[in-house]
Ligand binder design. Structure first.
Ligand code: BES
Ligand code: ZN
Ligand code: ZN
Length: 460
């Protein structure tokens, strides 16, 4: 895999970059030459997280740099450096007072250097980091997967519709000799995916279920499912302008599932893998599904559409039911499912649901270890009463807006048999504003956690 342009080979000429934190800074400063001490003092540099300073040689040209680091285990603690430092090559100094794991450093640097430049005429150069790409194949793969999520989410719907999502999965299948299948349009009805068809039938782009399969049937079966709503207008229950503005990102769950599948394939995790992406546009049109309509679903539950904007759970129901028919060892889904999850936990903490305590525990622990946290929310069954319908088995929404991410997860749970191990992540997939290492726009959230969790569970 070619390294991204923010890296140079390990043996390339590069300036020393000293990582430091506030606790270790005073002692480190004492050990530096007097002109650096004066320079550090003149800039009031104290090693605070998010800070950096170029240190001059005696001729005034850059000779080194020092970087303020918060948590050395957190890739985000390096996120500020690629854009804050001048566009020169740097090499992290090893053996100093603050040890930075090379894999976390690479990841943080790469995430901080990311720019979505598809539509830009000129890309601004970043500072580069000298890395041993061969020794860091795992970290590079995780970085590329995270940037894939960002790219897929950032690409506007016109260039990232169901066709393009299908092409993305097809390319992944081709690259790894995996099986590929896609059920489109009215074939969804013939093959019993009626709910995916209902949600997507108004769009001029055919709704579909995209499927990748790979691996030996003797290995434990892992199924990854991602919500692929390429644009969510809300449907006939139209979103207001503010709420619709960023809905190109409503395929963020699919982006996470695709990126995770890529990691599984690239890093050859010993599993039999299925990737399922129900891909639709929740569009307006004469054929749009309507509030009050009762639609069929794959397992035979009749669902009354209370609100056409609660479309993600409707398409996921068919995909989860299809996945569960195969009785996999583990079923994981990812979805930009509710605004309510953001009200509860804010933009940076994905909501994790699991129907086994041990699954949730292991997932959360992986998130903590990877510095990619999630927070568990309850599958509180009594709230299922909020989704009662007078005329069907279930409604897709209800009058109460209480615990919206919980009721959405409970809806999904109706499509997952009790015996099936299952996790569900309700993810924002977006940064509302630029922060160091976290550029405004599409974001991978809980991806490293999911990958760490899978490695611990399935690695040979
Ligand atoms: N895609 C949205 C959820 C969403 C909105 C995620 C904003 C992230 C940011 C989803 O399809 C939706 O509209 N959900 C509704 C459900 C409601 C109608 C029951 C919501 O959350 O308001
Ligand atoms: Zn919606
Ligand atoms: Zn949606």
């Amino acid at each position: 895999m070619p390294s991204p342009p923010c890296f140079v080979p390990a043996d390339a000429p590069a300036l020393p970059l000293h990582p430091i934190d506030t606790a270790r800074f005073p002692a480190w400063r004492e050990a530096q030459p007097p002109h650096w001490q004066a320079w550090l003092d003149a800039h009031a540099f104290r090693g605070e997280p998010g800070s950096a300073l170029v240190l001059p040689g005696v001729d005034g040209t850059p000779a080194a740099a020092v970087a303020g680091i918060g948590d050395p285990q957190d890739p985000a603690s390096l996120g500020h450096l690629p854009l804050l430092l001048p566009p020169l090559a740097f090499r992290l100094v090893e053996g100093g007072p603050l040890a930075l794991p090379a894999d976390r450093a690479l990841l943080g640097w790469g995430l901080g250097a990311y720019r979505f430049d598809r539509y830009l005429k000129t890309a601004k150069p970043t500072a580069t980091l000298a890395v041993d790409a061969a020794a860091q194949a795992e970290a590079l793969a995780v970085l590329e997967a995270s940037c894939l999520v960002r790219d897929l989410v950032n690409t506007p719907t016109e260039h990232m519709g169901p066709d393009e999502l299908e092409a993305e999965v097809r390319a992944l299948a081709t690259a790894h000799g995996a099986g590929f299948r896609c059920v489109r349009g009215t074939d969804l009805l013939a093959q019993n995916f009626p709910a995916i068809h209902a949600v997507g039938r108004a769009s001029h782009r055919e709704p579909r279920l995209i499927e990748l399969t790979h691996g030996d049937a003797a290995l434990p079966h892992l199924v990854l499912v991602g919500k692929g709503v390429c644009f969510d207008t809300g449907g006939l229950d139209l979103k207001p302008a503010d709420g619709m503005r960023h809905m190109k990102k409503d395929m963020g769950g699919a982006a996470h599932a695709i990126a995770l599948a890529r990691l599984v394939l690239e890093r050859a995790l010993p599993v039999r893998l299925s990737l399922l992406v129900p891909a639709v546009e929740n569009a307006l049109g004469p054929d749009a599904y309507r509030p009050g309509e009762v639609i069929a679903t794959r397992p035979g539950l009749a669902v009354e559409i209370d609100n056409t904007d609660a479309e993600g759970r409707v398409i996921l129901g068919d995909a989860l039911a299809y996945a569960a028919e195969q009785k996999p060892a583990l079923l994981m889904d990812f979805a930009t499912l509710t605004g309510a999850a953001r009200i509860a936990l804010g933009p940076d903490l994905p909501a994790l649901f699991a129907n086994r305590d041990a699954l949730a525990q292991a997932y959360l622990e992986a998130g903590t270890a990877e510095r990619d946290p999630l927070w568990r929310m309850p599958l509180w069954r009594p709230y299922l009463s909020y989704l009662k319908s007078g005329i069907a088995d279930l409604a897709n929404a209800g009058g109460s807006r209480m615990a919206g991410c919980v009721t959405a997860a409970l809806y999904l749970e109706r499509f997952v048999p009790e015996a099936q191990d299952w996790t569900h992540v309700d993810v924002y997939s977006w940064n509302d504003a630029d922060r160091p290492g976290r550029p405004a726009g599409g974001e991978a959230q809980g991806l490293r956690a999911a990958w760490g969790f899978l490695k611990r569970r399935f690695a040979a």
